[in-house]
Design a binder for this molecule. Structure first.
Ligand code: AHG
Ligand code: MN
Ligand code: MN
Length: 325
């Protein structure tokens, strides 16, 4: 028999070692419970008829899927019940979701279901989150936190039973779900240096990118393998193991100018910064369209978008030089 350390046990020791409180454990327990329930609904989604549209649009003007709603309902329930969350920001809620505004300790920014185009096919999606802490020294004004101020970020890739968690100054760790639905076997993840790196971007968009980005792709892509699942969480999961770079550049020269996205497509607080934080703790880097670190962007809007170039540091540094030139 092989016995594995559970994620809960790993976190208990982590908190004890760093002389921290149990509040973070209660929050993590809520996130893990939510992920298990989302996993269950997703696995049974095709048979239960839960993989289609819900019939309305979200704050981003995108069609909401039934699974988006289910994942949102589950996550807000567990976060609220934890009593540890001041407020949450979710892709599926226009308004900031107020929770324990008096005594809560954390802010949670999340995308309950990332990679919607995979949903009708039961293919991998993500549940992504970033966590910041209240100002314990002085008055808390509830301002939106930059990625640099997150204390943890993570993603569950659903329904694959994998969980990746980055802890501030303590690394990026991966867990796998066992036969009892427990996340086990903490394994440190660091971007590899001596593997065949991969590029991951929507190649159909390449002629809509800035000219310098198009030129860089043309000159360099043959050095890399190419993989794209269409779900940031799942694509980034691969990259963490294999090395390389995920890109969602700004769309600036679309033949239909209405389809340009000069700010990028992905959302800063619950996609870009979540990935950037995991990158940093795994020895990688992440920058925006100006080549500036994603972690330094001070959000002005909960749902603000950003271009994203994230992955192995040498490659991200290389594109950052091109972007900032
Ligand atoms: P969401 O499903 O939460 O709206 O996010 C989808 C995002 C991200 O997961 C993925 O990397 C990207 O959109 C895919 O976009 P394209 O279909 O334009 O490639
Ligand atoms: Mn998303
Ligand atoms: Mn989503």
């Amino acid at each position: 028999m092989r016995f594995e350390q559970t994620c809960t046990n790993f976190l208990l020791h982590h908190q004890e070692e760093h002389k921290r409180t149990y509040n973070f454990l209660i929050l993590m327990d809520a996130l893990i419970s939510a992920a298990k329930h989302i996993e269950h609904y997703y696995l049974t989604g095709a048979l239960q008829g839960n993989l289609g549209f819900a019939g309305n649009m979200n704050v981003q003007g995108e069609d909401v899927l039934r699974m988006d709603q289910i994942a949102q309902e589950i996550t807000t329930h567990y976060l609220r019940a934890s009593g540890r969350v001041i407020h949450a920001i979710s892709e599926e809620s226009d308004e900031i979701v107020l929770m324990n505004t008096e005594d809560g300790r954390y802010f949670v920014y999340f995308d309950p279901l990332d990679g919607s185009s995979n949903v009708p096919h039961s293919l991998p999606v993500g549940f992504m989150f970033g966590i910041a802490k209240r100002n314990l020294e002085g008055v808390e004004d509830g301002h939106l936190r930059a990625g640099r101020d997150y204390v943890a970020s993570g993603m569950f890739v659903i329904p694959t039973g994998t969980f990746t968690l980055a802890l501030k100054d303590a690394g990026t760790w991966r867990f796998h779900m066992d036969e009892t639905m427990e996340f086990v076997r903490p394994t440190r993840v660091i971007f590899p240096e001596d593997t065949e790196w991969e590029l991951s971007f929507n190649s159909a968009n390449r002629y809509t990118f800035a000219e310098k980005v198009q030129n860089w792709i043309q000159q360099n892509e043959s050095r890399y393998a190419f993989r794209y699942l269409g779900s940031l969480a799942a694509d980034f999961h691969r990259l963490l193991s294999n090395g390389g770079m995920f890109m969602y550049p700004a769309i600036v020269s679309h033949p239909d100018p209405k389809k340009n996205r000069p700010q990028g497509k992905l959302r800063l607080m619950y996609e870009g910064a979540v990935v950037a934080f995991m990158c940093q703790e795994a020895g990688g880097a992440a920058v925006d369209e100006m080549g500036a670190p994603i972690l330094d962007i001070q959000p002005e809007d909960p749902h603000q978008r950003t271009a994203l170039y994230a992955g192995s540091k040498p490659l991200v540094d290389e594109i950052a030089r091109v972007l900032s030139s």
